[in-house]
Design a protein around this ligand. Structure first.
Ligand code: ADP
Length: 404
């Protein structure tokens, strides 16, 4: 038989034990809920950090991708999503995501060798990463790929930047073409002058005054051509310099500008028996712009009409009208016109219509319309051309009123 004291002691020990168990259970619960809260907090922090990183990467203008060691895309920023519009990128192999293998090549090379790669890829329109949305013709991209050194699991990720360098590429091409064309245009008259000089000096023609005079006059004609090309190139380069000082904005009367142009061309107009009519909606129309360039624009357009139609009963019209916010100014003629195949190229530097200059001696520099276009654009305007051969060839310039 247990004494009441023993029973009391056992009950007391059991009670203490139960209290301890209860306490332990409570602290475990507390601990578990704390761990849960920490975990939640950590996940939240991680998510915030990830969102912050994505926001920063999305703010990049260039497409940015992270690719894992198995060449699968792990991350693509907003610019990358835009670039590969309509295609899912994350989780896909690089070779599937990139339409043209040339785009993927540089990246694959970096994945295989671990060495950073930077390469420029020039693509035809149909294989642009922009797909159907590419409208710029040949397009160019820089692929810049490098392995990230801090990938935790030893399977290094690679960061890839895809930069659109199409406009730089096109500008570069234009510059190259310009230098090539300019050299070509200058070479012909220089070679002719050189030939005549050799005749004069080496072949003794200098002692035959009649012949020498003839040679010198041919040389003079070609020297004039060289200086016209150089002058035109200088005008273009000034207009393309983008300097505000290239254009002086002042009010001037369109009518007086037209008068100057017609005076300068008077003898040609008379010789060709061409008729020029001036139809201004408002005789006192005042433009705000650079009178020097406007004179050159109208001169080039009227001179072209005369030059291309030397044997015809030519009618030229210079006109203006006002729409809500714009002035429209045009020069039109009823001459041979411009074949529709040539129309898209007519404002390019040194472009001449083949058909025209096979018929007659080359008279222009092929720079006249480039100057016209650049001068109009420098006045924030646009120029278009339409042509129905034999009926109407019309150069129409639209100038905003706040500028013009
Ligand atoms: P160019 O110095 O040879 O005249 P432009 O740039 O002024 O160079 O003109 C380019 C070409 O556009 C000309 O060579 C000519 O073939 C064509 N062209 C320009 N204006 C006319 C026009 N009014 N009628 C027919 N052809 C034109």
């Amino acid at each position: 038989m247990m004494s009441p004291l023993t029973i009391f002691l056992i009950a007391a020990v059991l009670g203490v034990l139960l209290i301890q168990i209860y306490r332990l259970k409570r602290s475990r619960k507390e601990y578990e809920s704390q761990v849960k809260a920490w975990k939640l907090r950590l996940e939240l922090d991680l998510k915030q950090a990830r969102d912050e990183r994505n926001r920063l990467l999305d703010a990049l203008g260039d497409a940015f991708l992270i690719v894992d060691g198995d060449a699968n895309i792990r991350f693509a920023n907003a610019a990358a999503q835009n670039l590969f519009r309509g295609r899912v990128l994350t989780g896909r192999p690089v070779s599937e995501a990139f339409l043209d293998p040339r785009l993927a090549d540089a990246l694959i090379q970096c994945l295989e060798t671990g060495e950073p790669v930077q390469s420029r890829v020039v693509l035809p329109q149909q294989t642009s990463p922009l797909g159907d949305l590419e409208t710029r013709g040949t397009n160019a991209w820089i692929i810049d790929a490098a392995q990230l050194s801090d990938t935790p699991n030893g399977n290094p990720n690679t960061r890839v930047v895809i930069r659109d360098v199409t406009s730089e590429y096109q500008l570069d091409q234009i510059r190259k073409d310009f230098v090539a064309n300019a050299s070509h245009e200058l070479r012909t008259p220089l070679a002719i002058i050189n030939g005549y000089l050799e005749n004069l000096l080496d072949d003794g023609m200098i002692d035959e005054p009649e012949m020498a005079r003839r040679f010198l006059s041919v040389m003079k004609k070609h020297t004039e051509r060289i200086s016209r090309i150089v002058e035109d190139m200088l005008v273009i380069s000034r207009l393309e310099s983008g300097e505000a000082s290239a254009i002086k904005i002042e009010p001037f009367k369109l009518r007086s500008c037209i008068k100057d142009v017609l005076e300068r061309l008077e003898s040609v107009i008379q010789n060709q028996k061409a008729s020029v009519s001036v139809l201004l909606n408002d005789d006192a129309i005042t433009l705000y712009g650079d009178r020097f360039y406007w004179t050159q624009v109208l001169f080039n357009l009227v001179e072209n009409a005369l030059k291309q139609n030397p044997y015809k009963d030519l009618k030229i019209e210079i006109g203006s009208e006002e729409t809500g916010s714009c002035f429209r100014i045009w020069v039109s003629d009823n001459g041979v016109g411009i074949p529709s195949a040539d129309l898209p190229h007519i404002f390019r530097r040194f472009y001449r219509v083949e058909k025209h200059h096979s018929q007659m001696e080359i008279k222009g520099t092929g720079l006249g319309l480039s100057i016209v276009k650049r001068a109009i654009e420098a006045h924030e305007g646009t120029i278009t051309v339409t042509s129905t051969p034999g009926r109407e060839t019309k150069f129409l310039m639209t100038i905003p009123k706040n500028q013009a």
